[in-house]
Each structure stands twice: as structure tokens, then as C-alpha cells.
Design a protein around this ligand. Structure first.
Ligand code: LR7
Ligand code: MN
Length: 578
């Protein structure tokens, strides 16, 4: 318990995301003082073990940078201190027409200083924390394609002015083949005043994943710190991230991502105690740690939060460790899914993903990408996710495809995966089952798709477990032997045992359940086979065969599927929504 391992409880269920939607959710935007706690959901947090706290370990310490933003260059300027700005009446049209340059209020971004001050939103106690004075150095890697000028500058200024200079090895700006002229010589010229800023102009569009890799290839720092190109790093943001990596090279440290309003450019803090999670089919989201868990475990605002997945854009990782992990799958295109990939990889191959509450970075959340996708956007993201599913999800990839069943129908070409599969073997990574049980046990999407009595439409009788086999009997809601689950892994399950298919003409039996055994799988209620929707079809046979009640109403057998036969139609007592 006190060993610094995960502790957690399982709380109530909430509705999961709609199938097929592959969007990211923005974090709950809460008012500065607490706000509503959001959905109560199960959680695991990792509180540092007694005695292992980095801040208290021996060594020389140096105090975090104090707030250098309290005396800004131009205190009267609009947007100063992160305050909201209004567009003047006579500029409304202009502001409106410039919105699409970045899918946020570009007019206002240009209006406010590139080095504006923002409020120190860190929880109380952060500014008193100490860090080691031998922290590793970092290379900041910021990729962009057609980023808005003032926003890109503000991102860079915030890094340079709110980080201890000796910790910044360099700032690598990776220009992912932008089309805007100002991102060429004009940008080079502007940045030449900062010796630490390097610009890599890519000769073709790489997409953010391979653009980050191009930056990582030339990075000289001990740690890689990735950032989006429309951020504002807050006071003391960097030291706590590097402190974690120094403590263990397998720790991947993320700041709390705060919100820069796309409408009025105000800098807003977010509710504390949020974890990065996903729902099927691998949609990223934020989830509040339930109040009772916070109280029971006495979790403090400054405590580090372990996350099943990271948002993706903002994190520090030991450079050698990143390369040992095989970086990102370079086969991921343009945008999306790489946060799932790196998260699963880190956890399953021995690392940890953490949110560090004393590190805070604002990010402009936009409703749409302001740049073009070389190919279809949805398809690109789906293909990326399918690559991740194929490499990391084991038998649970059925849950992914089950919640995005159209992907199976699409005949998606995910490309070659040999290297990724080899890598997973070489690193001796744990199973996805382990990940679900140990890192994300409160994943809300239930494994069970349907449950209860399994009634035959023609005979109105129910399947019953009888010793080592199954039979058909009058239905009895109180009979536990008649209770079955149909799972997303497509098993017909009764406790530990599963109904096992037989060859056509044969009778089904019982077998110990195993989600990896394809010979145990049945298709039921699948949108992919609408004609067999109510049937229970054997999956591994080339010719579809279905579970059937015989005319004598006593026994079960497997027979060639007949989509109109009521003897082959079955209904469960309960069906659960996705
Ligand atoms: O082809 C591209 N080349 C690029 O260089 C596409 C994008 N980019 C750049 C882009 O200019 C930006 O700086 O890559 C960065 C990320 O792209 P965004 O800002 O359009 O992405 P996002 O903020 O909508 O999405 C989040 O998910 C992405 C999934 O691939 C990345 O992981 C982003 O880094 C990530 N952003 C965050 O985690 C910030 C918090 C958002 C949330 C939740
Ligand atoms: Mn972004």
C-alpha cells in the first residue's frame, strides 16, 4: 500500500463516448476557485512513497524561479496578466475574417504583447518546493505548420523568459513545411537574436509525429521537452518536470495543461486532480479524481498524478529512454494516435506517465485543425489508431474495432507493422491485460455487451449450464445456471467457462474462457453482419454456422446459418449501449 504503487478504487460508471468519434476532449474549464468536480469516476493516483519524495532527498537544492512576470515590460497592454481582451466595435469584421488563420482569435493574439505576463496559477506550496541543482538539461522541441506569428513568438518567449537558462540546452523549432512566408526568412531573422533557438525547416510535410522525430534527432540536451506551438509556459514550469526525470529516467512528466481562450485570449486555470484517460475507440479525455478518493487518500493539490494516457503535446522525457523505447512509431501520419502509442508503450514497457501539478502550461484549444491534411483527416487518424491497436492492444483490439466497427468494413491498410511488433518483443513489454488491470482498472467501457438470460426466439427456452455441457430448459430468472454474458471479446461467458463452438452438426460444449482463443468466439449483435444480428454465429469457420435450438426443444447444436430461422435467433435479457 505504502510502497508507492498505484492505489485506487472503482467508482460509478458514466456514459462512454459515441462510437466512431475520434475527437479529443478539452479539459473541464473550471473557475479559479475549485468549480464543479465533474464526473465522478474511478481513479488511481500515485502518491510518492514515504521517504522517496524527490524534494526531500539529500543533495543541494535550489529554489524554483520566483515569479518574474509580475513586473511586465508593458503593464498597461491588453491581455496583460492573462486577462481577457475584447475586440473593439470597429474591428469586429477584421477579427472575424482573421479567425480562420488559426481557428482562434488571431486578431487579439496580435494585439497582446508577445511577452505578456500571466497569473501564477500553481497550487499553494509549489513556489516553496525545492529541486536539485544538478537537474538534466533539456532541448525544447516545438513543431509547427503554418502557426500564427504572434502565437508562435509568445510560445518561444514564454519558454525563454520562464525557464532557468542553464537548463535550456536549446529550443528547436521544427517548421513542418509551412506555406506562410513569414515563417521563412522573417522567422529566422527574428529568432537570430536568441542564440539558443534553432530552426529546422523541413523540405516536405512530415506530420507532427515525424517532425518531432526530426527535432529529436538533432537534440543535444539530456531530456526532450515537446511543446505545441501555441502555448504559454507558466512560472517555474520546467524545473518540476526535469526533477521527475532526474528521479527516474523512466518517468515521463507532463505539465497541467491550462486553457488559453480561443475567443478572448484569457489564460484560465483548470480544475485540479484531473487524469488523462481514454474511452473506446481510443478517444483521449480528462477525468476528475472523485472527491471521496481525494479525501480518503488525503491527496494534496501538489501531489503528482499518474495517468493511463497523456494528452500528447506537452511532456518531458529522457532522451536516451525515448530512443530506447523506439521513439514514436514513425509510420504514424500527420496527427493523432501518437499520444496513445507513447502512453501504452511507456507503461507496458516499464515506465510511468505523470502529471506534475506544479508545472503549468497554457494551450490554445481549437475546434478544428487550422492546417490541411495531405490525405483525408478522419482516415488518417483512424489508420494511426488502428496501427496502435494492432501493435499494443492484444486481444483487446476487438474492443477498439467493436466501438469503431466501420473500420473493419473499410479494409483499412495500416501498413507494415513488423518493426513495431519486433520492438515490443525486444523490449519485453507487458500485456495490454496487465495495463488494464494495473494502470487503468477503472476503464469505463464495460467488457460486457449483453447479459442475463439467453432466450431462444422459437422455443422461448433458455440456455443452461448442465455439468460440463449446455442444454435448453424452460427459462427461470432465478436460476444462476442460465445467466450468461456476451463480451466485447465475443465470448459467451458463464463465470470462468465459455460456451465453445462445435463443427456444423455438432453440439456446443464448455471451455475455460480465453479472450485470445479465436475458436471460442461467437458473433452476436454485430452491425458488421446485419443479417445475423440476432444470431449467435461461430466466428472462426469459413462457412457461417449458427447456434440453433433443435425442434425437440431440449438440445442445442451448431448448424448452417439461416437468417430467417427463429430457432437460430436469440435474445439476451440486457443489452448495453456503447
Ligand atoms: O502536420 C502537422 N505538423 C505539425 O507540425 C500537424 C501539426 N503540427 C504541429 C502543430 O502546429 C502544433 O504545434 O503539431 C502541434 C500539435 O498540433 P495541434 O495543435 O493541431 O494538435 P492539438 O492541440 O489539437 O492536439 C493534441 O493531439 C495531437 C495528437 O496528435 C498532438 O499530440 C498535440 O500535441 C496535442 N496537443 C496537446 O496535447 C495539448 C492539449 C490538447 C489536449 C487534450
Ligand atoms: Mn495544440
Amino acid at each position: 500500500r505504502e510502497s508507492g504503487k498505484h492505489q485506487g478504487i472503482l467508482a460509478s460508471r458514466t456514459a462512454s463516448a459515441a462510437p466512431g468519434s475520434l475527437q479529443k476532449a478539452a479539459p473541464a474549464k473550471g473557475p479559479r476557485q475549485g468549480g464543479t468536480a465533474g464526473a465522478r469516476q474511478g481513479v488511481r493516483t500515485g502518491r510518492p512513497a514515504k521517504g522517496s519524495s524527490s524534494a526531500r532527498s539529500p543533495g543541494t537544492h535550489r529554489v524554483l524561479a520566483v515569479d518574474a512576470t509580475l513586473a511586465p515590460r508593458d503593464p498597461g497592454a491588453p491581455g496583460q496578466f492573462g486577462h481577457a481582451v475584447a475586440v473593439p466595435e470597429d474591428k469586429q469584421e477584421e477579427a472575424k475574417s482573421r479567425w480562420k488563420e488559426g481557428n482562434f482569435n488571431v486578431y487579439l493574439s496580435d494585439l497582446i504583447p508577445v511577452d505578456r505576463a500571466i497569473a501564477d496559477t500553481r497550487p499553494a506550496g509549489c513556489s516553496e518546493q525545492q529541486v536539485h541543482n544538478d537537474l538534466p538539461t533539456t532541448s525544447i522541441i516545438m513543431c509547427f505548420v503554418d502557426e500564427v506569428w504572434s502565437t508562435l513568438l509568445r510560445s518561444v518567449h514564454s519558454v525563454l523568459s520562464r525557464s532557468p537558462p542553464h537548463l535550456i540546452e536549446e529550443v528547436i523549432l521544427v517548421d513542418d513545411f509551412s506555406t506562410k512566408d513569414y515563417l521563412k526568412e522573417k522567422l529566422d531573422k527574428y529568432m537570430s537574436q536568441f542564440p539558443k533557438v534553432k530552426i529546422l525547416h523541413l523540405k516536405e510535410r512530415h506530420g507532427l509525429i515525424r517532425a518531432r522525430l526530426a527535432g529529436a534527432e538533432i537534440a543535444k540536451g539530456d531530456v526532450l521537452t515537446f511543446l505545441d506551438s501555441h502555448v504559454e509556459c507558466n512560472v517555474g514550469w520546467l524545473e518540476p518536470l526535469l526533477e521527475r526525470v532526474r528521479l527516474s529516467r523512466a518517468k515521463v512528466a507532463c505539465p497541467v495543461i491550462e486553457v488559453i481562450s480561443d475567443k478572448d485570449m484569457s489564460y484560465m486555470t483548470v480544475d485540479n486532480f484531473q487524469r488523462g484517460i481514454f474511452t473506446w475507440p481510443m478517444n483521449f479525455g480528462w477525468r476528475q479524481i472523485p472527491q471521496e478518493v481525494i479525501e480518503k487518500n488525503k491527496i494534496k493539490e501538489t501531489d503528482i498524478i499518474r495517468c493511463p494516457v497523456m494528452a500528447g503535446g506537452l511532456f518531458s522525457i529522457d532522451k536516451k529512454y525515448f530512443f530506447e523505447l523506439g521513439t514514436y512509431d514513425p509510420g504514424l501520419d500527420v496527427w493523432g494516435g501518437e499520444n496513445m502509442e507513447i502512453s501504452f508503450k511507456v507503461w507496458m514497457c516499464g515506465g510511468e506517465i505523470e502529471i506534475i501539478p506544479c508545472s503549468r502550461v497554457g494551450h490554445i484549444f481549437r475546434n478544428d485543425n487550422p492546417y490541411s491534411f495531405p490525405k483525408d483527416r478522419i482516415r488518417t487518424v483512424e489508420r494511426n489508431l488502428a496501427r496502435v491497436a494492432e501493435v499494443w492492444l492484444d486481444e483487446y483490439k476487438d474492443l477498439f474495432y467493436g466501438h469503431a466497427y466501420h473500420l473493419i468494413l473499410k479494409n483499412l491498410d495500416v501498413g507494415d507493422l513488423t518493426q513495431q511488433i519486433e520492438l515490443r518483443k525486444k523490449l519485453q513489454c507487458k500485456s495490454f491485460k496487465w495495463y488494464l488491470e494495473n494502470v487503468y482498472p477503472d476503464l469505463e467501457a464495460p467488457l460486457v455487451k449483453a447479459s442475463g438470460l439467453l432466450v431462444n426466439v422459437a422455443t422461448a427456452r433458455c440456455i443452461t449450464v448442465e455439468n460440463t455441457t449446455v442444454a435448453l430448459e424452460p427459462c427461470d430468472a432465478n436460476n444462476e445456471d442460465q445467466k450468461f454474458n456476451y463480451t466485447w471479446l465475443r465470448l459467451l461467458q458463464h463465470g470462468e467457462v465459455c460456451v465453445a463452438p462445435a463443427a456444423p452438426g455438432g453440439s456446443p460444449g464448455l471451455h475455460r474462457c480465453d479472450g485470445r482463443n479465436h475458436r471460442l468466439k461467437w458473433l452476436h449483435g454485430s452491425l458488421a453482419r446485419p443479417e445475423l444480428m440476432e444470431h449467435i454465429a461461430v466466428e472462426h469457420l469459413p462457412q457461417p454456422a449458427c447456434l440453433e435450438a433443435d425442434q425437440a426443444r431440449k438440445t442445442l447444436r451448431v448448424n448452417a446459418c439461416d437468417s430467417s430461422s427463429p430457432h437460430q435467433k436469440w435474445h439476451f435479457g440486457n443489452y448495453y449501449a456503447d
